[in-house]
Design a protein around this ligand. Structure first.
Ligand code: G3I
Length: 388
């Protein structure tokens, strides 16, 4: 086993062959299971022609995929996890591997191991890769939170340069700045505070994009934001703040190619999806490409019965996608994981309620990687969407 980074080990080629063999076998089995497969709730899962979600999306010019976490490959279900992505996705987003706290856990460490492993997996399975994320004033290791302004500005420049120099040949699109809006910080423009904001004010955002453009001129550079979807005060503030920020960045010539709208939908919030689609059109009218970048449905307020909950989650996907997929500027649809038990919500739920019997069911595949009602809802929406 070769060692890389801070003690991380990457499988030697011979081991990748064994893993590849396992993933391939699982993929073959899964593919064979497709035509006869039914969802956990007994709902017929296979749309016309038995195509996967990735294939249905590709037929309309949309790139479909999900966030991916390499540590899931080492779990007992790793081969099924790999096979499900290989079959259903055409792209993957790095859920953890390219984050600052993963790559730079300490000031003296720079760990490329997990990201290298993800690049290898994507290359092996012919999946496009989306890099998430370069700069985020959240989810930072303490040593970064404690940096002074000059050190933070230097780290920002150095980190973007180092990561893009290493991965620009393998990763064509990036969330350069993640979640810049945070009304609770009460800063101008409702921007999120934090070590990079403290260093450069709002300027940290445009500067991040300028460095990224300089180092990776071929890459498509995205600003990624959450909480713009709901039909309430919170959603309204996020939509207004993001649109205003996007216009300021455009006016100053910051090289922002696109905007990722995370779309973590929640059964506790009100939605007017046609109204949200109008907001997406407003962003698109400024010349930005749009990605639905982290779609999932928190089912916490839906009934306990799994089949009923699955039907309600599927209905949210159905109504959301019917409103948003007709927006031609939407070129990528990414779920945040693809199976319930690998979702961030599931991990949070296990951590917070270790003895609970009810677990979140936010995604189109269940814990045995069987297609659910949400899979059919997404497949039908992709089948019905206008081509790009
Ligand atoms: O793997 C370790 C495990 O070994 C350890 O026992 C455990 C202790 O809590 O932590 C595990 O790592 C966790 C990791 O997820 C894997 O589950 C980290 O603590 C936890 O912070 C990390 O959370 C991730 C979070 O971003 C922060 O990076 C979530 O998985 C990930 O889904 C979430 O994704 C964010 C996007 O980046 C931005 N938009 C919102 C989205 C959801 O919060």
């Amino acid at each position: 086993m070769r060692r890389s980074g801070a003690g991380m080990t990457r499988p030697a080629p011979c081991e990748i062959d064994r893993r590849r063999l396992l993933a391939g076998a699982a993929s073959l089995l899964a593919a064979v299971a497709l035509p006869a497969e039914r969802t956990a709730a007994g709902v017929a899962a296979v749309p016309a022609g038995g195509l996967s979600l990735g294939e249905l999306a590709a037929a309309k010019g949309l790139l479909f995929g999900a966030s991916f976490a390499t540590h899931e490959l080492d779990k007992p279900y790793g081969a099924s996890y790999a096979a499900t992505y290989a079959r259903e996705a055409r792209m993957v987003t790095s859920e953890l591997e390219l984050k600052l706290y993963t790559m730079r856990p300490k000031a003296t460490a720079l760990d490329f191991g997990p990201a290298d492993r993800l690049v290898l997996f994507a290359r092996e399975h012919g999946l496009a890769l989306h890099g998430h994320n370069l700069i985020w004033n959240d989810a930072l290791p303490d040593w970064i939170r404690r940096l002074g302004p000059d050190e933070a500005a230097f780290l920002m420049d150095t980190h973007i340069t180092t990561v893009l120099e290493r991965y620009r040949a393998d990763i064509p699109t990036w969330d350069v700045v993640n979640e810049p809006i945070a009304p609770w910080d009460r800063l101008p423009g409702n921007l999120r505070g934090g070590v990079f904001y403290a260093a450069l004010g709002e300027g940290y955002i445009a500067e991040s994009f300028r460095v990224a453009r300089r180092v990776a001129p071929q890459a498509r550079l995205f600003l990624n934001e959450a909480q713009t979807e709901s039909d309430d005060e919170n959603g309204a503030v996020f939509r207004a703040s993001l649109l205003a920020l996007a216009k300021r960045l455009k006016a100053e010539g910051a090289p922002v190619d696109g905007i990722g709208l995370e779309c973590h939908l929640d059964s506790r919030r009100p939605y007017d999806f046609p109204r949200f689609a109008a907001f997406v059109e407003e962003l698109a009218a400024e010349g930005f490409e749009i990605a639905i970048s982290e779609l999932d449905v928190n089912d916490v307020a839906f009934p306990a019965d799994p089949a009923e909950r699955d039907r309600k989650v599927a209905d949210v996907y159905r109504r959301f996608l019917a409103a948003v997929l007709p927006v031609k500027a939407v070129r990528r649809l990414t779920l945040w994981q693809i199976a319930d038990h690998t979702s961030w919500m599931y991990y949070d739920d296990v951590r917070l309620h270790p003895k609970a019997l009810r677990r979140p069911r936010p995604l189109p595949f269940d814990e045995r990687f069987r297609r659910k009602a949400a899979w059919s809802a997404i497949a039908e929406a992709l089948d019905a969407m206008p081509p790009r």
